[in-house]
Design a protein around this ligand. Structure first.
Ligand SMILES: NC(=O)c1ccc[n+]([C@@H]2O[C@H](COP(=O)([O-])OP(=O)(O)OC[C@H]3O[C@@H](n4cnc5c(N)ncnc54)[C@H](OP(=O)(O)O)[C@@H]3O)[C@@H](O)[C@H]2O)c1
Length: 251
């Protein structure tokens, strides 16, 4: 393979939520583009099967870090481990998240509210806290955070998920503003509806075959990993990006 087909050769990329859906597809796409993948999620078996697929694709193993985003100590240790092993981080793609339950706000069980806010919002801050120095140690660190159109379009029963993602967006935009004088760039990506477990949980009556496969977002992730992202406030809409390239709006 040429260096053009491996544009991320030699780069270290941390992908959260790497066992399923958009995170898994992103890890595979970045590995195919030459990046060394540090993959995290809770499910050891899912990480191992991703590793098998990455080895089959590239001949190289991934680094697997099983962790729960709701455990801040684990996120601190993740940063430390990347520092000790690699000394820097070129790319962070934060895909890990939970939907919680679709329930009227007044009926949300307090434990569920706390869990969704912890995994989707608090973990974003803890991940930034743990990786900022590593991204700054890279020549041009990039951090991509997967968000949702639900933030801009609140809808009945989506309160915990929408609120937690709105908090995530605010944290990322604030951080992006703080990064202006550095070489690190951060962006938000709205993938739109995709054929994943989370989507099926949210919309059980929907035919998954009508939705794009998560692998379709791979080229966008590779492009953003290399892009000279504007700052602050870069928000990339995958549907619009695809339309610009003349690709169909759904699978
Ligand atoms: N699919 C869509 O239509 C859609 C639309 C808009 C935005 N998004 C966003 O896209 C991102 C990926 O979603 P997806 O649809 O690919 O979801 P998914 O298939 O449910 O995958 C979620 C990933 O997050 C990990 N995860 C969940 N809870 C975790 C925890 N407590 N600690 C560590 N990892 C955890 C899961 O792994 P483990 O279970 O192994 O931990 C899994 O790898 C999310 O940020 C979501 O909000 C998705």
């Amino acid at each position: 393979m040429t260096s053009t087909s491996k544009p991320l050769s030699g780069q270290i990329a941390l992908v959260t939520g790497a066992t399923r859906g958009i995170g898994r597809a992103t890890a595979l796409a970045l590995a195919g583009a030459g990046a060394h993948i540090v993959a995290t999620a809770r499910t050891q078996g899912g990480l191992e099967s991703l590793d098998d697929e990455i080895r089959a694709l590239t001949g190289e193993p991934a680094t697997l870090v099983p962790l729960d985003l709701s455990q801040p100590d684990g996120l601190d240790q993740l940063g430390l481990a990347i520092h000790q092993r690699f000394g820097h981080l070129d790319l962070l793609v934060h895909c890990g998240a939970v939907l919680g339950a679709l329930t009227p706000v007044g009926h949300v069980e307090p434990g569920l509210w706390d869990r969704v806010m912890t995994v989707n919002a608090t973990a974003t801050y803890r991940l930034i806290r743990s990786t900022e120095r590593l991204l700054k140690a890279a020549p041009r660190g990039r951090a991509l955070f997967v968000t949702t159109g639900r933030v801009a379009r609140p809808k009945a029963f989506w309160g915990p998920y929408g609120a937690s993602k709105a908090a995530m967006e605010h944290i990322v935009r604030t951080w992006a503003d703080e990064l202006e004088t550095t070489t690190v760039r951060a962006a938000l990506i709205d993938p739109g509806a995709m054929r994943t477990k989370m989507r099926a949980e949210a919309m059980p009556g929907e035919d998954p075959a009508t939705l794009p496969d998560p692998s379709e977002i791979g080229p966008l992730m590779i492009e953003l990993a290399q892009a000279d992202l504007g700052q602050p406030d870069t928000n990339v809409d995958f549907s619009a990006w695809r339309k610009e390239r003349g690709q169909p709006a759904s699978a």
